[in-house]
Ligand binder design. Structure first.
Ligand code: AMP
Length: 320
């Protein structure tokens, strides 16, 4: 799908190795990381420039996979030391990841130094990683048109002040429902979205796992369903695939208007729905642009309804 008119999308975030257990299986030592999932999803729409670090133990096959997706790896450093590792599990509530262990490894001392050709990026995705690092990346970009950030409970708990600084500098924030409630100390997602918007971003997207996603903006409330899958094998990376699909589409169209952001929410939902069909990035390896297009059309069908002005009924309901 990417064509010569697409703008590059710069993505920073974790790249690592995961151990994951779900009710439908278990995998160990597989490709994981927020930037991995986001970059692969975005690469269906636009050229991607990745910023991350891996250790000398990072398998060559994953680098080859990123290359096969045409992801620019000039900003992916490989240094001595252990790669980022995460292990977690899901119970039957697939919306809730339970982290067992997070080893930052070489991310601990990572100081990103962007290659010069990355610094003119128009579109930037600060995928999940230490907010201090998200800020260091943002400081090096000259004049971005649209910046989106993601985060998770780990950083809300350990780097809250830095996270709030990031939120003050982005146009769109994406966060899952539980984390929005945790960040804002309220049960109401409407209030949480409002509070987050007051911290900086014009648009806030709250992901609700198998219940879809809601985007809040100036005078705007857009709700997208999730795709009705019979089986979710591994929810890991759904949020990152959503963010990658969303920003990949925006960069491809170079159009950050409200109407286009609504379409981007649907493309994000499409990519998330494919991601969860299999473990790690296995589904993405066989996914074709035709399948992406077909599922986008299916979403249109799922969300569409014919609003008939049944006047007599409306009058009766409003007591006129
Ligand atoms: P998601 O399921 O979209 O929330 O993201 C899953 C990915 O996030 C996994 O592949 C992990 O490697 C990665 N991850 C887990 N914890 C962290 C963390 N504290 N910072 C950055 N990435 C993380």
């Amino acid at each position: 799908m990417p064509d010569s008119n697409s703008s590059s999308l710069l993505i920073v975030g974790s790249v690592g190795i995961d151990d994951v257990k779900t009710p439908l299986g278990e995998v160990n030592g597989v490709l994981g990381g927020a930037a991995s999932y986001a970059s692969t999803a975005a690469s269906f729409f636009t050229p991607v420039q990745m910023v991350a670090v891996v250790g000398d133990d990072f398998p060559r096959e994953h680098i080859d996979f990123f290359r096969s997706r045409n992801i620019d790896l000039a900003g992916l450093q490989q240094v001595p030391g252990p790669t980022f590792r995460w292990s977690g599990f899901y119970d039957f509530d697939v919306n809730q990841a339970h982290s067992l262990d997070t080893q930052l490894g070489v991310f601990q001392d990572f100081r990103p130094e962007l290659p010069d050709h990355y610094r003119d990026a128009d579109f930037v995705l600060l995928a999940n990683i230490d907010p201090t690092l998200q800020l260091q990346v943002l400081d090096q970009i000259r004049n971005p048109r649209l910046v989106m950030c993601d985060t998770m409970n780990f950083w809300i708990e350990s780097k809250r002040d830095e996270l709030i600084k990031v939120l003050g500098r982005v146009n769109v924030a994406v966060i899952n429902d539980g984390e929005a409630r945790q960040l804002c100390g309220t049960f109401s997602l409407v209030k949480a979205a409002q509070q987050i918007r007051e911290m900086g971003p014009e648009f806030v997207i709250i992901k609700k796992g198998e219940h879809g996603a809601v985007m809040f903006g100036p005078g705007l409330h857009f709700s997208a369903p999730s795709y009705p899958l019979e089986e979710v094998r591994d929810p890991t990376g759904a949020g990152d695939s959503f963010a990658g699909g969303f920003m990949g589409y925006v960069a491809h169209t170079q159009d950050p208007s409200d109407n286009n952001l609504r379409r981007a929410v649907i493309y994000g939902s499409v990519m998330a729905s494919f991601d969860v069909e299999d473990f790690s990035q296995n589904r993405m390896k066989s996914l074709t642009p035709q399948e992406v297009a077909a599922r986008y059309r299916a979403f249109k069908q799922i969300a569409h309804f014919e609003a008939m002005e049944e006047l007599s009924l409306l009058e009766r309901l409003s007591g006129e």
